[in-house]
Design a protein around this ligand. Structure first.
Ligand code: FES
Length: 376
């Protein structure tokens, strides 16, 4: 089968939908098409490294693939040493962008296979695997009147997309009926990418502050506060919320950032109000594994058995030399789902234990409770 034929086969979004739950490249590969012929991937058209640990990549999406809704993420895959690794990145663009491009920002993580690979290798012309979009939280089609965005670190990207979309629609600013405020936290303001775009948003009526969580070093000339912080500093407090959005009690609140930031927001808002916060996650919020959990995990397809002392089934399988299919590693994309043939597993997000034989489990967020057989 030729590449143009394959291209026609996969050129419509509906085709992608019909291929769910597997990413399309799975099927492309099963047809014997090489990676370089894969018409469903994204092509890198521009790369920038604006701060010391972030790669900003602009991608051309294949025909028929829309950019995800503001706040949602694209699944990006790279092949490193013959193994496919996938992660999720939220485009920073406004929903109004119509040139078929999407811009993502990839922060380097120590030991992060994908982020390190893209930091060192990303260049125009590079091809990336593309899976299905995911997102627990997106900007609803009926825009909320008042919006408060709270983010930290890599959480800047979905918030940039939401804020840009709202500002572009004239949702805030002089004469508008809505209000949009955004608090973004970073160790140092100068480590934050997209500061120019944040200033543009400020001019468009978004009440935005970039808040440094560590005090600037007075001996470092680059360490002086950026005007965008406007004297806010340290971790989130109720005072910060009141400063940017004194009306926040009735606002729709979006959150994307680490657990410490979520805890701060919960303390500031109170548990009842925090329950309404729409939180997008970049990392799994797995709870601790109780003492006594763990057991021998038998991977029935590969015939490999290994003791798992209480890590996730995915990590246990990888430690045993297997390479199970996975994507987000945080319970969102379902790429890692496998049949638990027998035994009990704990969902580390909720702590619940399930024992029903023949059930599908997400192995990235499940750990064995006793001996388990899993179809891997
Ligand atoms: S890898 Fe995404 S749900 Fe497990």
């Amino acid at each position: 089968m030729t590449a143009p034929t394959i291209s026609r086969l996969f050129s419509r979004g509906i085709t992608r939908t019909l291929l769910t739950p597997h990413p399309v490249e799975h099927y492309v590969r099963s047809l014997g098409v090489s990676w370089s012929d894969d018409p469903t991937g994204a092509t890198v058209v521009a790369v920038d490294r604006p701060v010391s640990d972030v790669t900003v990549i602009t991608l051309r999406l294949p025909a028929g693939v829309d950019r995800p809704a503001p706040g949602a993420a694209l699944e990006i895959g790279v092949v490193v040493d013959g193994v496919v690794h996938r992660r999720h990145y939220s485009p920073v663009d406004s929903a109004a962008r119509s040139d078929g491009l999407a811009t993502i920002a990839v922060r380097r993580h120590p030991g992060g296979v994908v982020s390190e690979h893209l930091w060192s290798e990303a260049a125009p012309g590079m091809r990336l695997l593309l899976g299905n979009p995911v997102g627990e939280v997106t900007l609803p089609d009926t825009r909320p009147t008042d919006v408060l965005l709270v983010s930290g670190g890599s959480g800047i990207t979905p918030m940039l997309s939401i804020a840009s979309t709202l500002a572009g629609e004239g949702h805030c600013g002089e004469g508008a009926t809505g209000r949009v405020a955004w608090l973004h936290y970073a160790r140092r303001v100068e480590d934050v990418p997209f500061r120019d775009r944040i200033r543009e948003l400020s001019r468009a009526g978004v009440e935005v502050r970039v808040v440094p969580t560590v005090a600037p070093d007075p001996s470092d000339p680059s360490g002086h506060p950026d005007p965008s912080s406007r004297d806010l500093g340290g971790h989130l407090t109720g005072g910060h919320l009141d400063e940017v959005a004194p009306w926040h009690a009735d606002a729709t609140v979006f959150l994307c950032g680490p657990d410490g930031l979520a805890d701060g927001l919960s303390d500031a808002l109170g548990a009842d109000r925090y329950a309404d916060v729409l939180r997008e996650r970049f990392t799994a919020s797995n709870g601790p594994v109780p003492e006594g959990d763990g057991g021998t995990v038998t991977h029935v397809r590969s015939g490999v058995s290994a003791h798992n002392s209480g890590t996730t089934l995915l990590e246990g399988a990888e430690a045993a030399g297997l390479s199970p299919k996975h994507g987000c590693r945080m319970g969102i994309c379902h790429t890692c789902t496998a049949v638990r043939v027998s035994g009990a597993t704990r969902d580390l997000r909720s702590g619940e234990v399930d024992t029903e034989p023949g059930c599908l489990v997400q192995i990235c967020v499940s750990a064995p409770v006793g001996d388990v057989e899993i179809e891997l």
